[in-house]
Design a protein around this ligand. Structure first.
Ligand code: ADP
Ligand code: MG
Length: 230
């Protein structure tokens, strides 16, 4: 599903840091935990997979589509990827349901996925709220008045709606205590246990999350360690 070959990357503003990944293949439905110390390049690797950063050399393909190439577009990303950003990037002036249905406004493909189930976008947003434990009373509130834990659930629902093939998550549990981290991971796991089996790349520097994933790997100063089955 995700294939990286002969990849090198560095920031013009920070030439001392570079990423080198000779080969990395992630199969469809794999759930990958990408760990590594702060500054090791985890967020950069997610940006490269999302096609938000371009490699200096080498290729990144996702589902056979070259995200590192000139044919890659924001539209392709909106159709095929759900991204949970570290700071969630929720739209503050929209309510919970409108934040969750936003990807359906941006992607015909994800809208069609929802239509194929017979549900309206709004009904599907409620479905994901039910799945993720977002109480009915909160759903018409602005996201600005939610707690951090509630915002994370909204961000996850927004990533999952319309069932994109790939979910990328950048340290979504970093602001949570242990109990809330476990609750969050359980929720994500159960959301991906039905017919919908996305390929997940999840960045975290928390230890103890291994059990939620099929594979793990560690990044150190831009170099990927062994890729192992859990
Ligand atoms: P991590 O997510 O593992 O903490 P990052 O990918 O954010 O690591 O950062 C890796 C390195 O790249 C750091 O040295 C950081 O300073 C640098 N870096 C990250 N983003 C940029 C940027 N937009 N411009 C220049 N340097 C950056
Ligand atoms: Mg980061």
């Amino acid at each position: 599903m995700i294939h990286i070959q002969d990849l090198t990357f560095s920031y013009k503003k920070d030439p001392a840091f570079s990423i080198a990944i000779p080969h990395w293949q992630i199969q469809p439905g794999d759930r990958v935990l990408l760990q590594g110390p702060s500054g090791s390049g985890k967020s950069t690797v997610l940006s490269l997979i999302a096609g938000l950063a371009k490699p200096e050399s080498g290729d990144v393909t996702v589902g056979g589509h070259e995200v590192s190439g000139p044919g890659h577009s924001d539209q392709w990303r909106a159709d095929h990827m759900g991204i949970v950003f570290q700071l969630f990037n929720l739209i503050e002036y929209l309510n919970v349901l409108d934040n969750i249905t936003l990807p359906l406004q941006l992607s015909k493909l994800r809208r069609a996925q929802v239509q194929a189930t017979g549900a309206t976008p709004l009904a599907m947003a409620h479905h994901w709220c039910d799945q993720l434990g977002i109480p009915p009373g909160l759903r018409t509130q602005c996201v600005g008045c939610l707690s951090v834990g509630q915002r994370q659930r909204v961000a996850i629902a927004r990533a999952l709606i319309g069932e994109p093939a790939v979910i990328l998550a950048d340290e979504p549990t970093s602001a949570l205590d242990l109990a809330n981290t476990d609750r969050f991971m359980d929720t994500l796991e159960s959301a991906c246990q039905g017919a919908y089996q996305p390929t997940v790349v999840f960045v975290s520097h928390d230890s103890g999350l291994d059990r939620y994933f099929t594979h793990t790997t560690t990044l150190n100063a831009g170099v990927l360690g062994g890729y192992g089955v859990i």
